[in-house]
Design a protein around this ligand. Structure first.
Ligand code: NAD
Ligand code: ZN
Length: 246
């Protein structure tokens, strides 16, 4: 038996204000590639060089092709056990808030209510010229145009080098400052300001549980590190919590 799983189950169960931060790793088992893994490459491109305002300026068609490819994957993907268990814990009142860096909408598809989306939504679009905002129903074909002014639309996501909505980031920091326990799942924890959130809990004397197959900067400040995949670790923790209930 894995001692860390048991310790995590106890910490979560006894928590007063549990918050969760998720990154691309939580959706890897739903078949959605992370940006930093080998499988993250699209054709010969590094996603981190395409998800930028500079790339869009230089070649909007290429960037839209990349987003359309990802929209197709996400359309066919389903929430995995890690997403589902988080929703189960929300229903039981254990999880107070989930902050995600993901744009895939998989948390929302479990019916999760208290979610703060830091980096936007892959189906969202906004005009490059006017104030138009909208949502696509289907993967983009070519470069979508603004229905109001005819200019190019762009994905309504936060690209590398862009700032986050201050209202959204403030909400996330407020939630994390209330937490006595934080569960950090599948994030490389290098993209700021999201990467700062676990440190807010640490500075307040709270405890951190990390689920990630690899080491990250959060590993060093974690009370418990579980080096397993998100779905596997969450299933094991959930089982332990249930075993203790009966
Ligand atoms: P990342 O790609 O930088 O890191 C992913 C992390 O997940 C890594 O630390 C990796 O070790 C871990 N991981 C891989 N497989 C895992 C698994 N099965 N279980 C648990 N952990 C696993 O992701 P990031 O830190 O979220 O930052 C990249 C940015 O790119 C994000 O902010 C996001 O906006 C965007 N992005 C979103 C999606 C999505 O919506 N699904 C996918 C890729 C990138
Ligand atoms: Zn417009």
């Amino acid at each position: 038996m894995d001692k860390n799983i048991l310790k995590a189950a106890e910490l979560i169960k006894n928590s007063e204000y549990l918050v969760i931060l998720t990154g691309a790793g939580i959706s890897a088992e739903s078949g959605i590639p992370t940006f930093r893994g080998k499988e993250g490459f699209w054709r010969s491109y590094n996603p981190m060089e395409l998800a930028t305002p500079y790339a869009f300026k230089r070649d909007p068609k290429l960037v839209w092709e990349f987003y359309s490819y990802r929209q197709k994957i996400i359309k066919n993907a389903k929430p995995n056990d890690a997403h589902k268990i988080i929703k189960e814990w929300e229903d039981k009142g254990i999880v107070k808030t989930v902050v995600t860096q993901n744009v895939d909408g998989l948390h929302e598809r479990t019916g999760l209510k208290n979610i703060i989306r830091l980096h936007g939504y892959i189906w969202g679009v906004k005009c490059t010229k006017c104030t138009y905002h909208g949502v696509l129903d289907e993967p983009a074909e070519g470069i979508p145009k603004c229905p109001d002014c005819g200019e190019m639309l762009r994905p309504d996501v936060v690209w590398f080098g862009e700032s986050l909505d201050p209202v959204v980031i403030n909400k996330a920091f407020t939630e994390f400052s209330k937490a006595d326990v934080g569960l950090i799942i599948g994030t490389s924890a290098v993209v700021y300001p999201a990467a700062e959130l676990p440190f807010v809990i640490m500075r307040n004397g709270g405890k951190i549980i990390e689920i990630n197959p690899d080491r990250t900067p959060v590993t060093d400040i974690s009370t418990i590190s579980i080096h397993k995949s998100a779905a596997e670790a969450m299933r094991e923790i959930n089982q332990k919590m249930k075993a203790r209930e009966s």
